[in-house]
Design a binder for this molecule. Structure first.
Ligand SMILES: *Cc1c(COP(=O)(O)O)cnc(C)c1O
Length: 419
């Protein structure tokens, strides 16, 4: 029933070999990019299923094409499960990715030129939070709040002053590179004073909210929460918009027909599967272990004199300042660790003096390693390897030795869906 790609070996060896190479790469190295994960085997199967053949423009019960008896079942399951998992009134599961889901929210609830308050990009905000190079940055007016790099705190007196001055229509909490949790109550209080919509972009930590390991913005009265489905949630690539009932119509119209055409029903099948798993004890244990592993790895790095932005982590990621710690920029650090079989990504740090492609640090996260079953002991071992490699970026023998050890460790932990 599931897709079988082995026929490719004969018919299209170029693609077949790249695919096998990627499988091997995912098996033999340690994945520490905080936004990546290994999806469930059932989700891989759903992605390669016949649902990819189907056009389903519209929503369950009111589609533009016939033949929807099974796609309606799938999408209703995904929507209902999303509402259960995130304790919200409405869910749209059609966004094709995280970027599209955020665009759909802004375009659906605001007018061009409206002001949105969001986190400064070098302090952890995402491109879709109005980076000048993004279309959203051109359509809407973004005002920024910053964090204290020493402890990661947000100066809410300043946020309030700026909110009263700029009168944003929306206050956006959420990040792509910030190792702390969010004080939703404070954001909500300020938003209520000026009548602004409250939105959280939980793209990175949606799975940790789903697994009850991190706070849920809806418990603090937030209006809208967006999340990708492929990061900590471990589902297929995609996005969801979760919201209060009063915004449901506007959000649905904005996703389709406002922004997108036909939804990817194979991905929505994968989202439905993921959201059933997210309700099970095993997933809650996973979400908790992601945090335990992150804290353990952060502490082990600190014990080895590494400099972490904000001094540690409350979530699944940490930002390592490689310039201060080892005198190398994030691009070099990423390349050295890559050679050692440890995958991270270069990352700008708050008020980074260096440009984005040669920034001062790297981002390290535990969702993928935890999905493979790695635990605290492995995190301490990882810290040893990371520090050893970054202290000796030009010692090829040492790097090769670490790569060998990394592969040995990886053999003990299956990649979900592969072994
Ligand atoms: C990853 C991410 C997105 C975008 O998701 P894509 O699927 O890459 O488009 C949006 N917002 C935040 C905070 C993210 O981390």
């Amino acid at each position: 029933m599931t897709a079988n790609i082995d026929y490719l070996e004969k018919n299209d060896p170029a693609v077949f070999n790249a695919l096998k190479g990627e499988e091997e790469r995912q098996k033999s190295g340690i994945e520490l990019i905080p936004s990546e994960n290994y999806t469930f085997p059932e989700v891989l199967a759903a992605l390669g299923s016949v649902f990819t053949n189907k056009y389903s423009e519209g929503y369950p019960g009111r589609r533009y094409y016939g033949g929807q008896e099974y796609t309606d079942i799938i999408e209703n399951l995904a929507r209902d499960r999303a509402k259960t998992v995130f304790r919200c009134e409405h869910a749209n599961v059609q966004p094709l990715s995280g970027s599209a889901m955020n665009q759909a929210v802004y375009l659906g609830l605001l007018e061009p030129g409206d002001t949105i308050m969001a986190m400064d990009l070098s302090h952890g905000g995402h491109l879709t939070h109005g980076a000048p190079v993004s279309h959203m940055g051109k359509i809407f007016n973004f005002e920024r709040y910053v964090t204290n790099p020493v402890d990661g705190s947000i100066d809410f007196d300043q946020v309030r002053k700026d909110a009263l001055k700029h009168k944003p229509k929306m206050i956006l909490a959420g990040y792509t590179s910030y190792p702390r949790d969010i004080d939703y109550a404070k954001f909500k209080q300020i938003a209520d004073e000026i009548g602004a919509i409250t939105m959280t972009d939980a793209s990175h930590f949606g799975g940790l909210v789903a697994g009850d390991a991190m706070k849920n913005p809806f418990d603090f009265g937030f209006d809208v929460v967006t999340t990708t489905t492929h990061k900590s949630l471990r589902g297929p690539r995609g996005g969801m918009v979760l919201c209060k009932k009063e915004f449901a119509k506007k959000i649905d119209k904005s996703v389709f027909p406002g922004l997108q055409g036909g939804p990817h029903m194979n991905a929505i099948a994968g989202i439905a599967i993921t959201l059933l798993k997210a309700q099970q004890d095993e997933f809650k244990q996973y979400a908790n272990q992601v945090l335990i592993n992150a804290k353990t790895l952060a502490q082990a790095l600190l014990d080895r004199q590494a400099s972490l932005v904000t001094g540690g982590t409350d979530n699944h990621m940490m930002v390592l300042d490689t310039s201060i710690s080892y005198g190398i920029n994030g691009k070099v650090a990423e390349a050295v660790l890559d050679q050692a079989g440890i995958t991270t990504n270069k990352q700008i740090i708050p008020d980074d003096p260096n440009p984005p492609l040669r920034p001062s640090g790297i981002r390290i996260g535990t969702p993928a390693a935890t999905a493979r079953g790695m635990g605290e002991k492995d995190m301490v071992q990882l810290a040893d390897w990371i520090v050893d490699a970054l202290q000796n970026p030009e010692d090829e023998n040492k790097i090769a030795g670490i790569k060998h050890d990394v592969e040995q460790l990886c053999r003990k932990f299956a990649v979900p869906g592969l072994d």
